[in-house]
Design a protein around this ligand. Sequence first.
Ligand SMILES: Cc1cc2nc3c(=O)[nH]c(=O)nc-3n(C[C@H](O)[C@H](O)[C@H](O)COP(=O)(O)O)c2cc1C
Length: 187
Amino acid sequence: MTNVAIIIGSTRPGRNGETVARWVHDVAVKRDDAKFEVVDLKDFDLPLLDEMMPASLGQYANEHTKRWAAKVDEFDAFVFVTPEYNHSTSGALKNAIDFVGREWANKACGFVSYGTNGGTRAVEHLRLVMGELQVADVRAQVALSLFTDFENFTVFKPGAHQEETLTQVLDQVVAWGEALKVVRAPN
Ligand SMILES: Cc1cc2nc3c(=O)[nH]c(=O)nc-3n(C[C@H](O)[C@H](O)[C@H](O)COP(=O)(O)O)c2cc1C
């Protein structure tokens, strides 16, 4: 079974990200082709990157890094639920991504973004980052507008078409997540 993490990319008090991630999870668990788990960055309480060695070497010194690396390692694929902050993703999500290396590689990912303009610029930045980490990012993406998919910018009421788009994201993430297992298999 393919294991997919739904990563909440915001740690802000009062964040919209948690409700969006719960919606992703509610839609995802109707499927029987993969297992889905919400992963909340808040539960890992990562400081700003404080490892001496580059993550690509995998020589993690700190317990919080080892714990985060072990969690990322559990999954075959990821759905990043990202806000857009100043035309990019959140500092918290970028920091969490930077902490580990091999645990992301040769896996798949998709994006569910939100913001006043749907968060699409945050996703474009994340796609560049994923390339460096050898994460295969799927084409389909959900872009939620604070104007049309939320009431008063805080009460999440996704448009009727958004679930269909999310299903496309999940279809692609699960397919690629499954396919890439062979790349990671020991020879
Ligand atoms: C620091 C900051 C910068 C933001 N910059 C943008 C932006 O550049 N584009 C945009 O569409 N929305 C922007 N927003 C709006 C956020 O996308 C919106 O508040 C969203 O709900 C934030 O996610 P969160 O509630 O899960 O933290 C910004 C919000 C914050 C807090």
